[in-house]
Design a binder for this molecule. Structure first.
Ligand code: MV4
Length: 488
C-alpha cells in the first residue's frame, strides 16, 4: 500500500493519518466546505473537497470517495468511525472497485449490524447471552408468554437499533402490548425495519467491551477490556482500561468469548465486542462494533500497540506478529471525551469560535483532537472537541494526572464538558470503582457545577479584595510618610 485515503474528518482523521505517515504511506484527506481549513486537510499529502457541509452532501458520499480514490491511485480507504465505517454496501463497493477497505469484510459488517442476525451467528459459539429470544416477535400473546418465562422487567429492543436506540423497558404484563406496538412502529420509522425482540432487563449493568484484532489468516487476539459505564444518554463520557472489577480469570474468559464472537463472523481487522455485566459479574454479549472505536487510545496505552498500524498491516494481508501470550496490561489509562456542550444547560451544543484553545501536555498526557485556536466549531457534525487521555502506573495516578490536565486545559469562546469531567473524576463512586451505567443519572445535576463555579467566583472575589487592599497600602505608603513628616 502506497496511498491511503481517510474517509473522515476531525480528530480521528488526523489520528489515523499520523500512523499512515509514520508507516511511510501517502495520505489523502477528503473534506466538506465547512472543513476547508481543518487540521486534517493541512496534514494530508493531498486533499479533495467532497461538497457542502451537511454529511449527506460530503462525508457520506461513498461513490464520490471511491471515484476520487480511483482517479489518484489510492490503494486503501480507512473509514475511521461514524460516517461510512459500518456501511456494508460501501465496504463491498470499495472492494468491487479494486480498492482495499481497511476494516472487516462486508458480510461481517452486515451480520453485526443487525442484532438478531448477530445473536443467531454467535449462538453456536458458546457465548453467554442475556436470557431472551433471538428472533423477531410480533405476536403479543407469544410475547407475553416469553416475558412471563424470563420474568419482568423485560427490555424490548429493535434488531436494527444499537447504541440504545429503540429500547423500551417493560415492568409488568399490562404494559407489554402498548410498549410492543410503540417499539415496532418506532423501529419501522427510525430504521425501516420493525423487527423487535425481548430480553431480560439487566437493571444496573456495567458496560465492558473487549478489543479484538483478527488477521486474514485466521489468527484472532484480544487486547483486554475497556470499561465504558460512565455514559450519558448512551453517549460515552469516560472510558478506561483496565476495568477495576475484572479479575485475571474473568478477563481471560471474556477475552475468549470476544475471540469466539469474532470467529463466528470471520472477522478481519480491529473490532470491539460489547458486553453487559450484572452485579454478580455475569457477563452477556450485547453487540459487536465493526470499526475502530473512539476510545481505542486507552487500549493502545495499556498494551503499547498502535491499533491503526495493526489495521493497515492486516489490510495488507500480513500475518499478526503478536501472540496472545505476548500481550500484557501495563499501567492504567483514562479517557475523557471533551464535548462542545454546556453541562450547566442540559448539554446543549455550544457553537462558536475557539477564542483561546491550549491543550495540556506532558508525560502521560495524550490529546487527540482536530481543532486549533481561532477555529469555529461547526454545527454540522459530532460536537466532540477532543479526547483527553492520561496514562500512569495505576488508576489513582492516572486520575490525579487527569484532574491536573483538566485544570490546565484552556478553552474560551465556547462551553465544554471539561467541568463535568472534573466532577466525574472527583466523585467518590468513580474513585472507588463502584459505579454502573446509571452513574450520571444517579449523581449528576447541573447544580454541582454551578455550586463549584460560585465557590470559585467567591474565592476569586476574595482574592481581588486582598489584592485591592494590598495595592491600596502601596499607593498610600508615601502619604503615610508625608503624614509622619507633617506630624514632626
Ligand atoms: C441492555 C440493558 C439492560 N438489559 N440489555 C444500551 C445500548 C445497547 N448496546 C444495549 N444497551 C443496553 N442493553 C439488557 N438486556 C441496558 C442497556 C443500557 C446500556 C448499555 C451499555 C451502556 C450504557 C447503557 C445505558 C442504558 C442502557
Amino acid at each position: 500500500m502506497k496511498k491511503i485515503l481517510v474517509a473522515n474528518r476531525g480528530e480521528i482523521a488526523l489520528r489515523v493519518m499520523k500512523t499512515i505517515k509514520k508507516m511511510g504511506i501517502e495520505t489523502v484527506a477528503v473534506f466538506s466546505e465547512a472543513d476547508r481549513n481543518a487540521p486534517h486537510v493541512r496534514f494530508a499529502d493531498e486533499a479533495f473537497c467532497l461538497g457542502p457541509a451537511p454529511s449527506n452532501q460530503s462525508y457520506l458520499l461513498g461513490d464520490k470517495i471511491i471515484e476520487i480514490s480511483k482517479s489518484i491511485g489510492v490503494d486503501g480507504i480507512h473509514p475511521g468511525y461514524g460516517f461510512l465505517s459500518e456501511n456494508a454496501d460501501f465496504a463491498e463497493k470499495v472492494e468491487k472497485n479494486g480498492l482495499t477497505f481497511i476494516g472487516p469484510k462486508s458480510h461481517a459488517i452486515r451480520i453485526m449490524g443487525d442484532k438478531l442476525s448477530a445473536k443467531e451467528t454467535v449462538k453456536a459459539y458458546d457465548i453467554p447471552m442475556v436470557p431472551g429470544i433471538d428472533e423477531a416477535i410480533t405476536d403479543i400473546q407469544k410475547a407475553k408468554e416469553i416475558a412471563e418465562e424470563i420474568g419482568y422487567p423485560i427490555l424490548i429492543k429493535a434488531s436494527a437499533g444499537g447504541g440504545g436506540k429503540g429500547m423500551r423497558v417493560v415492568e409488568e404484563e399490562k404494559k407489554l402490548e402498548e410498549q410492543m406496538k410503540r417499539a415496532i412502529s418506532e423501529a419501522e420509522s427510525a430504521f425501516g425495519n420493525g423487527a423487535v425482540f425481548i430480553e431480560k432487563y439487566v437493571g444496573s449493568p456495567r458496560h465492558i467491551e473487549i478489543q479484538v484484532l483478527a488477521d486474514t489468516h485466521g489468527n484472532v487476539l484480544h487486547l483486554f477490556e475497556r470499561e465504558c459505564s460512565v455514559q450519558r444518554r448512551h453517549q460515552k463520557v469516560v472510558e478506561e482500561a483496565p476495568s477495576v472489577i475484572l479479575t485475571a480469570e474473568l478477563r481471560a474468559h471474556m477475552g475468549q468469548a470476544a475471540i469466539n464472537v469474532a470467529k463466528s463472523c470471520d472477522y478481519v481487522g480491529a473490532g470491539t465486542v460489547e458486553f453487559l455485566m450484572d452485579e454478580n459479574k455475569n457477563f452477556y454479549f450485547l453487540e459487536m462494533n465493526t470499526r475502530l472505536q473512539v476510545e481505542h487510545p486507552v487500549t493502545e496505552l495499556i498494551t503499547g500497540i498502535d491499533l491503526v498500524e495493526q489495521q493497515i498491516r492486516i489490510a495488507r494481508g500480513e500475518v499478526l506478529q503478536i501472540k496472545q501470550s505476548d500481550l500484557k496490561i501495563e499501567g492504567h489509562a483514562l479517557e475523557l471525551r471533551v464535548y462542545a456542550e454546556d453541562p450547566t444547560d442540559d448539554f446543549l451544543p455550544s457553537v462558536g469560535t475557539l477564542e483561546r484553545y491550549k491543550t495540556p501536555f506532558g508525560k502521560g498526557i495524550r490529546v487527540d483532537d482536530g481543532f486549533e485556536e481561532g477555529m469555529e466549531v461547526p454545527i454540522y457534525y459530532d460536537p466532540m472537541l477532543s479526547k483527553l487521555i492520561t496514562f500512569a502506573e495505576n488508576r489513582e495516578a492516572a486520575t490525579q494526572l487527569m484532574l491536573e490536565a483538566i485544570k490546565s486545559y484552556e478553552v474560551k469562546g465556547i462551553s465544554t464538558t471539561l467541568p463535568f469531567g472534573k466532577f466525574v473524576f472527583q466523585h467518590q463512586a468513580f474513585r472507588s470503582g463502584n459505579f454502573d451505567t446509571h452513574f450520571v443519572k444517579n449523581y449528576y445535576t447541573p447544580e454541582v457545577l454551578q455550586k463549584e463555579t460560585e465557590e470559585e467566583a467567591f474565592i476569586a472575589a476574595l482574592m481581588a479584595i486582598k489584592q485591592y487592599q494590598f495595592d491600596q497600602k502601596k499607593v498610600r505608603l508615601p502619604e503615610v510618610k508625608s503624614d509622619i513628616k507633617t506630624n514632626e
